[in-house]
Every structure is written in structure tokens, then in C-alpha cells.
Design a protein around this ligand. Sequence first.
Ligand code: GAP
Length: 446
Amino acid sequence: MVGTLGAMTSTESSLFDQVVNLCKRRSFVFPSAEIYGGFRSTYDYGPLGVLMLRNVKDAWWRSMVQLRNDVVGLDAAILSPPQIWEASGHLDNFSDPLVDCTKCKTRHRQDQLEHQDTCPSCGESGTFTEARAFNLMFKTQAGPVEGAGADVYLRPETAQGMFINFKNIIETSRKKPPFGIAQVGKSFRNEITPGNFVFRTREFEQMELEFFVPPDEADDWYEYWVNERYQWYINLGIPADQLRLRPHEDDELSHYSSGTSDVEFLFPWGWGELEGIANRGDFDLKQHAQHSGQKLEYFDQGTGERYVPHCIEPAAGATRSMMAFLMAAYDEEQVNDDTRTVLRLHPRLAPYKVAVLPLSKKDTLLPKAEEVLQSLQPHFMCDYDITQAIGKRYRRQDEIGTPYCVTIDFDTLEDNAVTVRERDSMEQQRIPVDHLVAHLTDQLAL
Ligand code: GAP
């Protein structure tokens, strides 16, 4: 159950506040349109946020597409005609129950109210209207002529792009079930109650796989993907006591689903979904076949068998996962008399892999520091910082999760070696410049 900020204890809200403050202060995530007073629950990803979000998506793509030979990629359109959403059921069913408070005029999702009859905004009871279904899709118009024929929707999920391209891909990619189509991209939902920072927003990014399998293999592939997806978060540094798999109860399942499990993270306010893995049967392909009049099936030339594949869908949120990775990585520790803030991010997710820090701003060191920087840049995303004392600069890098700092000092000019400092242990090692790329490549193990 996802609570609201108000439901958090002071310790829980302090972790939440610390991460949100860090995100703003160190340019991970900014509230959108801030110079105009902000645009509610919409966020911009700043210089570090864009790097980290890209790393989350790249880590997913690497594991789901690059390291497999049974998954291909797709980047489908965001604007889409109503026929897609009629077939998928979103036009009829993609809604949340909405109630209005007649006293304070606020709107709430009925299924998220703590007390069914009490308004969380003004505290009055018995002031709600009857619940009505509120469709979450954003509708707009395509072209210069307004009218029913011009209606289009911003996609509320990336998944339908895969189903409507199933025929194109099976005819052109030489793939046969079991095989999958993967997509990463923006989705839009007119959420009634966005909130908890980037946990629930109206514009967000998803990472989805539709994995098509022979019907009699569906249950095994479902188990396989549930485990794979759980392990992905663990491998990227989410501690096992902050991650769980939650199989849906029968009354939570969609009518076509024979099994769904959520991967949940322990957010400061409680367990929240990062990803759902669903055993969707042949529902989606059959719906689109019926509505489009096209055959969406697989014909096995070897056996002469023809069937509609079943689909296993691991559907994850990129922006929401990034928030979970930040929450899990945030740490404060006492070092002598000082509190050190450190983001213990997996190197693959860290915005910068290496920071190059000349010990002083003196002209004698800068050319060497820039030479070292340029030798690293083709291999790693690097930061370069020449301001303030070295200790402060180490702390600034710890706070944004940079795994290694490379310091150029006056000895470097004599021995052509640098000091490499590791983020978590703070241990330092002297490494010859000529071995630096190989050393860091080895240590980062990207
Ligand atoms: N195709 C299935 C599907 O879209 P979903 O559970 O509605 O399933 C998948 O969405 C994931 O997308 C969620 O687990 C969550 O991580 C992310 N997500 C959904 N709505 C979101 C929102 N309003 N803001 C941020 N992330 C969201």
C-alpha cells in the first residue's frame, strides 16, 4: 500500500527529505517550471539525474536485450489512435474511482483513502460525492482540424507498441517464440493523486518487455521472468531486506491474467511497486487481431503448427526505480568529527564513474590534470573539479556516488602516477598514469 507523505514517521520522512533535498541540491531532479512557481508533480532531470536515469535504462537494456539473443528492441510512437486503446481495453477500463469533497473541493482516489468517509484534506466526514470512473489517459488532437476523427492519445504504457508491432517483427526479425520485444520510453497517465516525489507522476518512463511463448511454456517462463527481474534489482545493489516479491491475490488479477507478481521496494512510507510481472495469456494479441482484422499468430513451418503465442510481461518503471536506487544508496556516516554523506550507488548506475581532481589550481598541475581527464573521457563519464580544498571535493563526489576520484599532485609531475581514492572504503592507491584506464576498467567492472 502506498501511503502519503503525511503517513511517514519523522525518521522515515527524514530519509525521504534527505534524498529529495540531495536531488535538488546536486542537480539530479528539479521541480518542473520552477521559475513560474512550479508545475505540480512534474519533474525535470538535471545534469546528474539525466546521467543516472540513462544508466538505469541502459542497465535494463543491457540485461534484457544486449546480453540475450531472444529479445529485440523497439521504439514505438507515443501518439496513438483510439483503435489501439479500444482493443487493449484502456478506453473502457483504464480508470480510477474518483470522489470530490463537496466542502473543500478537493479530489481523491477512493481506493487510496485511509478512511472511506473522511476527507484527508479538510477532515470532514460525509462530504464525498458518489465515486465516478475517471479515465487516466491524456487525450489530444492531431492535425489542424478539430473533431472526433482527430482524437489521439498519449500512450499510458509502452506495452501496446509491442503488440501492434508483433506482426512486423515476427515477419522481419527471424525470431520465433520464445522471443521478446523490449521498449523503454515515456508514458503518460492523468493520475488523480500523483505524489511522493517521482514515485507517481503524470509523465514517467517505463521499461517493458513482452515475451511471446508457446502456450504450454507460459507458466515456466513466468516463473523464470519473476526470478530474473527480482535478481536484476539485487545485482544493482538493492539490499535483499528492502526488496520483496508479492504475488497478486486472485481478486487482484486481471480477468486474462493467470498470475502476476510485483517486485516491491521498501520506500520510507512502506512497500511500493517497482515492477509487475504478468502472465497475460493470449489476450493482447487476440484483442488486436480481432480489432485490426490481421492475423497475429505464429506459424511453425517445421511442425505445421499455428498458434497465438502467450505473453509474459515484465513491466518496470525507470523513473520510479531510479528513486528506489537513490533511497537504497543514501548513507550518512561519522568520519572523525564530520558527517559524510555518501551515495553507495552501484558503479553502473553512478552518474560519474571517475572524478579528476588536481590537488591545487596552480598552473603547473592543470595541464597534466587535463591530459589525464582526456585520457579517461573516451572510457568513462568523468567529472572535473578544481575548486575548493581536496577534502571538500572528495565529499562532493561521495555525495553524488562517484566510485573513484583521481588526484593529480606535484609528485605526478615527477613520477607520472596519480592517487586513486575509492568511494566506500576511502582507501587510496598510487597508480601509474599509463595503467589508469586498465586499473579503473578492472575496478569498476562495468
Ligand atoms: N503494461 C503494464 C503496465 O504498464 P503498470 O503496473 O501500470 O503496468 C508498470 O506499470 C510500472 O510503471 C510500475 O510498476 C511503475 O514502476 C511504473 N509506473 C506506473 N505508473 C506510474 C506513475 N504514475 N509514475 C511513475 N511510475 C509509474
